[in-house]
Design a protein around this ligand. Structure first.
Ligand SMILES: [Zn+2]
Length: 351
């Protein structure tokens, strides 16, 4: 990957190449930002630039044609090691780790221009309902790789994508490497959520904040979620049990990754509605629900009295789903809470 191929991140790309040109390269860095906005692609372009054999000061990009660049472009450089969340699949039935999925991951990255999201990765593996992890076995492999001699005499680079998926034992194992860096090694962590990273890891890495280009959710998905949201809110308002229960069943069938994204969408939607009520900031086109009647009347129901409680309930449900809680019960309980908050606001409004 060359920087020139990453849309919208030229300013950051220039900063990154200047850091390498100056020779002040930190051995452990965290690229923080959505994968869809290029956080992983930037980390890979950064490594490719560092290892480029025709790198020149002020050029701001790797040459793209030297042997090292070609191997990096194909993600087949022997000194590049890729680590990412994995889970059991039809073919890997126990103790999964990144080494079991190298070929699949390369294909996935190539198909998505190195900007594919975590959900798309699970979809690609055919395990939409499972949450991947980076485990101790992966951390052991990272340490072993870092300790080996470099094949081509240059930097050895380990890129850890979705580093927030490291479980506690993996993170603790990795801490040792962060404390005692080996010679020409570079550990590039790529994460979307700072909140889910261990503070002990955060304090030992140099952070590179990748601007969110707002491409995280495809327009089609947004429309689908908007329709789901509108029918849910209407059901909550009437609290009509039979159709509500059907809505919960349908949502449960959509799979955990979709559920988590929907809960995230719902929080953004409510905050946008609140801004409209509280500050008169109109819903942006992107956040309209596509139902004129609903767009017109719903935001007024989101007030200082219920916005926080509603977002907290959604956030808790999102956490429960990511911890594999039973989704039907989670969504049913959430629905009762949300209904109460919503009707309370409506009661106040009519008084
Ligand atoms: Zn090159």
């Amino acid at each position: 990957m060359q920087f020139k191929d990453i849309e919208g991140q030229q300013v950051l790309a220039n900063k990154l190449t200047e850091i390498i040109d100056s020779g002040r390269i930190s051995h452990a860095q965290l690229f923080l930002g959505p994968t869809a906005s290029g956080s992983l692609a930037l980390a890979l372009a950064y490594a490719q630039y560092l290892c480029c054999q025709q790198r020149g000061e002020g050029l701001h990009d790797s040459c793209g044609v030297c042997p090292s660049c070609r191997k990096y472009a194909a993600l087949e450089h022997p000194d590049l090691h890729l680590v990412f969340p994995t889970t059991t699949t039809a073919t890997v039935t126990s103790k999964p780790c990144s080494d079991d999925f190298q070929e699949e991951f390369r294909t996935f990255l190539n198909e998505h221009g190195q900007c594919g999201t975590e959900d798309e990765w699970y979809e690609f593996l055919g395990v939409e309902n499972k949450q991947g992890q980076i485990r101790e076995l992966d951390a052991d492999n990272i340490i072993r790789t870092m300790g080996l001699k470099s094949y081509e005499g240059g930097y050895k680079v380990v890129v850890v994508w979705m580093a927030e998926r490291m479980n506690l034992s993996a993170a603790n194992t990795l801490l040792k490497t962060l404390e005692e860096p080996e010679g020409k090694t570079l550990l590039l962590l790529v994460a979307e959520s700072r909140d889910r990273m261990l503070p002990t890891i955060l304090s030992r890495v140099q952070q590179v904040v990748v601007p969110d280009l707002g491409v995280g959710m495809a327009a089609g998905r947004r429309e689908e979620f908007a329709a789901m949201f509108v029918s849910w809110m209407r059901l909550l308002f009437k609290l009509n049990m039979q159709p509500l229960s059907a809505w919960v069943d349908k949502t449960a069938a959509a799979g955990r990754e979709t559920q988590k994204q929907f809960l995230q969408y719902a929080q953004e939607a409510l905050r946008a509605c609140f801004l409209q009520t509280a500050a008169g900031i109109r819903l942006t086109r992107e956040l309209e629900f596509g139902d004129p009647k609903f767009d017109q009347s719903f935001p007024a129901l989101i007030t200082p009295n219920n916005i926080e409680a509603m977002c907290e309930a959604l956030n808790e449900a999102q956490y429960a789903i990511s911890r594999n809680a039973y989704d039907k019960i989670t969504f049913m309980q959430l629905s009762f809470k949300m209904s109460r908050y919503l009707r309370r606001a409506a009661g106040n409004a009519s008084r």
